[in-house]
Design a binder for this molecule. Structure first.
Ligand code: CAA
Length: 383
């Protein structure tokens, strides 16, 4: 068993770390306060090769393996979950999904622009009445000659207001339940596509864009189908296999950031005449956090490595997402407490990690859903 990263993986890790620390970290607090991120940052990520990283060179990518992609998400997650989230949706849920399910024409048309960051992507699955139970979606796709007519609504769509491209899921025959679902790859400037910001202020991920999208008799050509009629649920689930690894790696980054901040604070903050890091209660917190970070890292890298070995890693990806997000929630909570009053203010970044991490525990399948995926894979379907 070899735990060492290859030269190429290390180079990608350093490129991502350098961008995260020098370009993102200095403006993370300002983005959180402003509730948006500068689009130049996204363009820079395109130029640096992050947005097309895992795509083959013929589509403008660098052919990264899954471990390299996880390393990039980890480094971004360490400084800002909104920036990492934008990339996970764009690259893993959208581009990698097109690479797997798209026709030659779709790949040629969409992937190079997505790889350069010229176009941004979003993934429209969740609805007001279909969150965890994704198969119960109410958005309909009615066939009319060579077109489909979409009607319905989607909520909590990350990148939804700024995306040029959307993967949209709709049911063409609700009697067939999930077997009636179709996936469509559409451009968002088509008539009948309406979008607005989600109401209310989010707890975290405040620099992310979250949209409420409505389809009102939106006509899309049959050629917009991604996969065949009725294959949409499989398209959605296989995309989530990619996306969930991205969320798990991002959560690992958050947990690492909480550990780094806690160690630094324990070394410098003095109370009762000594560094607080010399108190055993503080040492215990830091030791538990370090063990959690190491375990999360092993699980995230293992799931990525399995993908690189060409093996299906749905269960291992869910284990990685479940453990890494829960570990990061614990780490953020302890980091705020360890920082005392300072941790309760946005003067220190642990306050933002604490708010952001709750989102990772929820989106792309809550911790409850990850447990369902893991347990069903172990127990199997009743014949
Ligand atoms: N890959 C390919 N196919 C898969 C699959 C996978 N990972 N997982 C399931 N399938 C297939 C099954 O094999 C089955 O196929 P057959 O009909 O041929 O047997 C079919 O899909 C149905 O599977 P299930 O019976 O397991 O489906 P279910 O309705 O019981 O749902 C679930 C399973 C795991 C609970 C699923 O609904 C789920 O993951 N829910 C959570 C949804 C979610 O993550 N939403 C977040 C959306 S994105 C987001 O957060 C916001 C954003 O902006 C990105």
């Amino acid at each position: 068993m070899n735990f060492a990263l290859t030269d190429s993986q290390q180079k990608i890790q350093h490129r991502a770390r350098d961008f995260a620390q020098t370009r993102v970290a200095p403006i993370a607090r300002e983005m959180d306060e402003r509730g948006a991120m500068p689009l130049e940052l996204v363009r820079e990520m395109g130029v640096l090769g992050f947005l097309g990283g895992p795509l083959p060179s013929e589509y403008g990518g660098e052919g990264w393996d899954a471990v390299s992609l996880a390393l990039c998400y980890e480094e971004l997650g360490r400084v800002d979950s909104s920036v990492r989230g934008l990339m996970t949706v764009h690259t893993s849920l959208v581009s990698q999904c097109i690479l797997k399910w798209g026709t030659a024409e779709q790949k040629q048309k969409f992937l190079p622009k997505l790889a350069r960051g010229e176009w941004l992507g979003c993934y429209a699955l969740t609805e007001p009445n279909a969150g965890s139970d994704a198969a119960s979606m109410e958005t309909t796709a009615t066939q009319d000659d060579d077109e489909f007519v979409l009607n319905g609504e989607k909520i909590w769509i990350t990148n939804g207001n700024i995306a040029d491209v959307a993967i949209v899921f709709a049911n063409s025959n609700r009697a067939l339940k999930h077997k009636g679902i179709c996936a469509f790859l559409i451009e968002t400037n088509l008539k009948g596509f309406a979008r607005e910001k989600m109401r209310g202020q989010e707890l975290g991920h405040r620099a992310s864009d979250h949209a409420h999208i409505r389809f009102e008799n939106m006509r899309v050509p049959k050629t917009a189908l991604l996969g065949n009629v009725g294959e949409g649920f499989k398209v959605a689930m296989s995309a989530l296999d990619h996306g969930r690894l991205g969320v798990a790696a991002g959560a690992l980054g958050v947990a690492q950031a909480c550990l780094d901040a806690s160690v630094e604070f324990a070394r410098t903050r003095r109370q009762f005449g000594q560094r607080i890091g010399d108190f055993e209660m503080i040492q215990s917190v830091i030791a538990n956090m370090a063990a959690d970070v190491d375990a999360a890292r092993m699980l995230v890298y293992r799931a990525a490595w399995l993908k690189d070995e060409g093996q299906r890693a749905t269960r291992e990806t869910s284990i990685a997402k479940l453990f890494a997000t829960e570990a990061a929630v614990r780490a953020a909570s302890e980091a705020v407490l360890l920082h005392g009053g300072r941790g309760y203010s946005n003067e220190y970044p642990v306050e933002r990690y604490y708010r952001d991490i709750k989102g990772l525990q929820i989106y792309e399948g809550t911790s409850h859903i990850q447990r369902i995926v893991i347990a069903r894979d172990l127990i199997g379907k009743e014949m």
